[in-house]
Design a protein around this ligand. Structure first.
Ligand code: HPA
Length: 275
């Protein structure tokens, strides 16, 4: 059997055996500094990644490594507290394994959040942006023999981010009294931040945000037909000119992401409640 499928099945069976019959309908990938959403999941079953056979382990600041399954907005969800990045050295197949595993568990929706740099000059630090599309600048995670049980060889990408969920987010944000932008996310490999010339290039491509995550997981989710909602927190504004100061630092990014959590918790909760 395909070694990738064996890993997916082994990890999924282990997690299933810990879920006491629970059937999560939605997965939430909690990005940099957004782990606090996990704290309001009711009646949680916590499964550390380190306990799961065939599972990778996360190494980045601000990241824990747990699955948390419980209720949010009255629905059974499974959250990933800590995700895997291409820049950490994982293969695309390894870093998207959790999404495959959650597909096996029967989820229908994937909610993702991340920290991103603003390319769009209208965005400010702390803004929360609905991801409406992306540009993939990393290797495609579907390269290799197609896993036919999950999806087609050439999956459509016309609408990677669900339009109904985007509208729902706009409506709920209006109800809650805050504004959301909608933007295009440029997914680069990192780990170095962008040079000003790259920032100008990415901006010219039509992107509004740049980050180092999310796109691989979304491609794999869409391969299996999951409905995806993505949100970025602007943690810094990208430089378009060479300056002698270093504006980007890892701790700063985590702090800004934490501040936006206060808006994202009720938004995500209400969105999941409405599924
Ligand atoms: N570039 C890439 N990734 C990021 C940034 C950035 O400026 N900020 C947060 N993640």
């Amino acid at each position: 059997m395909d070694e990738r499928i064996t890993r997916i099945n082994t990890a999924a069976s282990f997690i299933e055996s810990r879920l006491e019959g629970r059937k999560p309908i939605a997965a939430i990938i909690l990005g940099s500094g957004l782990g606090q959403l996990a704290e309001i999941i009711e009646d949680p079953i916590i499964i550390p990644y380190t306990k799961i056979p065939c599972f990778p382990v996360s190494s980045v600041i601000g990241h824990k490594g747990n699955f948390i399954c419980g209720n949010l907005g009255g629905k059974c969800v499974i959250a990933m507290q800590g995700r895997f990045h291409y820049y950490e050295g994982y293969s695309m197949s390894t870093l998207t394994l959790p999404v495959r595993v959650m597909c096996k568990l029967g989820i229908k929706y994937l909610f993702v959040s991340n920290a991103a740099g603003a390319l769009n000059p209208e965005y400010k630090v702390g803004d929360t942006i609905i991801i409406k599309d992306h540009i993939n600048f990393m290797p495609n995670p579907l390269i290799g023999p197609n896993m036919d049980d999950f999806g087609p060889r050439f999956p459509d990408m016309t609408c990677p981010y669900d339009l109904e969920l985007q509208q729902k987010a706009l409506d709920i944000a209006a109800e809650l009294g805050f504004k959301l932008h909608r933007g295009i996310y440029f997914g680069g490999s990192g780990p170095s931040y962008e040079t000003p010339a790259e920032v100008r290039f990415f901006r010219a491509s039509g992107a509004d945000l740049v980050g180092m995550s999310t796109v691989p997981e979304v491609i794999v989710a869409r391969h299996s037909g999951l409905r995806v909602f993505g949100m970025s927190v602007v943690t810094n504004v990208c430089n378009t000119e060479n300056v002698e100061r270093n504006f980007n630092d890892g701790e700063d990014v985590v702090q800004q992401a934490n501040a936006a959590t206060k808006r994202m918790i009720p938004l995500f909760t209400k969105m999941i409640e409405s599924l």
